[in-house]
Design a binder for this molecule. Structure first.
Ligand code: RIB
Ligand code: CA
Length: 309
């Protein structure tokens, strides 16, 4: 199996940290670039967090700064969920300085050099950086094997009743990415809320041993409040679901849908409209992840976290 050349755009972010570590521990992926975007917390934190997360896993992968605000809307963070530093208060050893330049330029440079349909893009935050790539060089979509996004909600949102946080933060960028022509897979709240981290999973991770990364992951899991949406049963591993699709798609049931996002100013802003029955004639084709085998998900995630340095 040839590892998939992969670029990860993220806003770490407690669940982004877990997702990045899963990606870095997965032989199915060749993570070649990590880019940061403002989201859960400002870029001033997400950028050094991304560098620290990659370094803790013992990897030397370029990390590049991206947008610190959406294309059009105002920047709204989720520090109330992820803590002021974005990692639930956990302080990681600093990683190396970021690579100079801008995320969208770094992504485009790699896509220009890539073979057709060869690069996997995994988007774990507001889609601003990815939107800029395809707004400025749309033809690069043909270098993309798949874009996997943690974004959107078919049912209730988590940022507003209508919208999930990443989509709500930059719906215009998401609209560009959904329509770019590359295959898109969506890990919405409807599937990520099936991957709930509970105290039992934290105990399993502790029992699995591992090094500093597993310890940091356990500390992050212990720091994050259980969500009301889950009835207090645990906290959703939103971003790791997107990575799990890229490394273990057999864990998911999925459907091909038409998807679009509401870019209006009203209460529906950031709402992802999913047409399962293709009757609206609107939106772009996307693979909607509908269910995940939660036991299989954690059976994949926990040993891989424990295998990192
Ligand atoms: O709504 C959940 C998503 O928003 C996750 O990616 C989380 O990290 C935040 O970015
Ligand atoms: Ca995220």
């Amino acid at each position: 199996m040839t590892p998939r050349p992969t670029i990860i755009d993220c806003d770490p972010g407690t669940d982004d940290a877990i997702a990045l570590w899963l990606a870095l521990a997965s032989p199915e992926l060749d993570v070649q670039l990590v880019t940061a975007v403002g989201g859960n917390v400002g870029l001033a934190h997400t950028l050094p967090n991304a560098a620290a997360i990659v370094a803790l896993a013992g990897k030397r992968i370029p990390v590049v700064a991206g947008a610190d605000r959406p294309l059009l809307g105002r920047f709204i963070d989720a520090a109330h969920v992820h803590g002021d530093n974005g990692l639930g208060g956990l302080i990681l050893p600093s990683g190396p300085p970021p690579q100079a330049g801008l995320a969208s330029d770094a992504i485009r440079a790699r896509l220009r050099e890539a073979a057709p349909r060869s690069v996997t893009l995994i988007g774990l935050g507001p889609a601003t950086n990815l939107g800029l790539v395809f707004a400025t060089e749309p033809e690069l979509a043909d270098r993309v094997a798949e874009i996997v996004l943690m974004t959107g909600a078919v049912g209730e949102g988590n940022a507003t009743p209508a919208a999930e946080f990443n989509a709500w933060n930059d719906p215009e960028a998401l609209a560009i990415v959904l329509a770019c022509g590359a295959p898109v897979a969506l890990a919405t709240l409807d599937v990520t809320n099936q991957a709930l981290c509970t105290p039992d999973h934290i105990a399993q991770l502790r029992a699995a041993g591992g090094g500093a990364t597993a310890d940091a992951a356990a500390r992050i899991w212990q720091a994050v409040k259980f969500s009301r949406r889950s009835g207090g049963l645990g906290h959703e591993q939103h971003d790791a679901c997107a990575v799990a699709w890229a490394v273990a798609p057999h864990l998911f049931r999925h459907a091909t849908v038409l998807a679009e996002v509401d870019c209006g100013p009203g209460i529906g802003r950031g709402r992802t409209a999913v047409d399962r029955w293709h009757r609206s004639g609107r939106g772009s084709p996307a693979t909607l992840l509908e269910t995940v085998d939660a036991a299989g998900f954690f059976a994949l995630l926990i040993p891989r976290l424990a295998a990192l340095p």
